[in-house]
Design a protein around this ligand. Structure first.
Ligand code: 13P
Ligand code: SF4
Length: 322
């Protein structure tokens, strides 16, 4: 017999207490998951939260690399991701063997990796960054330090343009953030002339040039909360963030930007799509949270030799973010 949504939530609530489990969710999760989570945050906040939790089990409602990062930070805890196939196109755009070859070709360079990478890539990295702390952390290197940045070319370009550095960039991108429609954004700006445009740095350069504010999901959320005299916002990132923005500011208007294509190829079928959603993030559901809490399935494991190396650039990031 299938359970109602209320029954699922009640069962999740009693199980998380019984098993001393904490539910952490990224801002791109579906609203139902954000609403039952003990903590909702961006990639940096999820890592910081993992570092200080005393729970026995972490249910990481996000994608695989987020679960891996939490597991590397907390090797003695059980880390579960509700849908184990929740990957990330950006993390997939950089494999460790290719990064190793890139490093060999640039022996005197430091490697700075975005958190959206596999544990094996992090193991080859000097310091990890997220979109919240990338400018701050890259700024810690001396001005003439030679840096390889992977895998997000858009974020890398943005850091280069703000800091005046000339980091070498890996040719990777997030398929969600690179497909926002420039034409639609220009039209929305004309339709809502007083709206502020908020964009995530994973977006293409042309989108960032049209934005008033560029920042991580947390930075964009903070901006709308603190913008006392502004009422309308055009949001150029995964539309899951609109849920928290609307909850925090019920009297303000948030307008998502659609992707280039209005149909996406999902499992070989053209599927209608009106706003920008990450299909990996959306794989997690309340039912799957309940199921993995019940049977402690979809556990994340990281090879210990890789974890031993990957923890160093993650710890450096946590330290340098303070
Ligand atoms: P932040 O949460 O760090 O802004 O990153 C967005 C993202 O794409 C995570 O996959
Ligand atoms: Fe990866 Fe992009 Fe999805 Fe974030 S939005 S998890 S970067 S595919």
């Amino acid at each position: 017999m299938s359970m109602t949504k209320l029954e699922i939530i009640e069962s999740i609530n009693s199980l998380r207490l019984k098993k001393k489990a904490v539910i952490m969710a990224h801002y791109y999760q579906i609203p139902e998951i954000q609403d039952i989570a003990d903590f909702v945050g961006d990639s940096l906040a999820l890592a910081q939260q993992a570092a200080k939790t005393d729970a026995d089990i972490i249910i990481l409602c996000g994608v695989h690399f987020m679960g891996e990062t939490a597991k590397i930070i907390c090797p003695d805890k059980k880390v579960l991701v509700p849908d184990s196939s929740a990957g990330c196109s950006l993390a997939d755009s950089c494999n460790a063997d290719d990064l190793y070859k890139w490093k060999l070709a640039h022996p005197d360079y430091k490697v700075v990796s975005y958190v959206n990478t596999s544990a094996a890539v992090k193991a080859l990295t000097d310091v990890v960054v997220t979109s919240s702390n990338a400018l701050k952390i890259v700024g810690k290197f001396r001005d003439n330090e030679k840096i390889l940045f992977c895998p997000d070319q858009n974020l890398g370009n943005y850091i280069n343009s703000v800091t005046g550095r000339n980091m070498e960039l890996w040719n990777g991108a997030c398929h969600v953030h690179s497909r926002f429609s420039v034409t639609e954004l220009i039209e929305l700006k004309q339709r809502y002339p007083s709206a502020k445009v908020l964009a995530h740095p994973e977006c293409k350069k042309i989108i960032l040039e049209l934005a008033d504010v560029v920042g991580s999901t947390q930075a964009l959320l903070n901006y709308v909360k603190n913008a006392e005299n502004e009422k309308e916002f055009i949001v150029v990132t995964e539309s899951g963030i609109l849920h928290k923005m609307q909850q925090a500011c019920p009297d303000k208007t948030f307008i998502p930007v659609p992707p280039e294509a209005t149909e996406l190829l999902v499992d070989g079928k053209l599927t209608p799509c009106s706003c920008n959603e990450c299909e990996y993030m959306r794989l997690n559901t309340l039912e799957k949270v309940y199921q993995c809490l019940c049977d402690e399935s979809n556990e994340i494991f990281v090879d210990s030799a890789i974890a031993e190396k990957a923890i160093k650039p993650i710890e450096k990031m946590l330290e340098w973010s303070k």
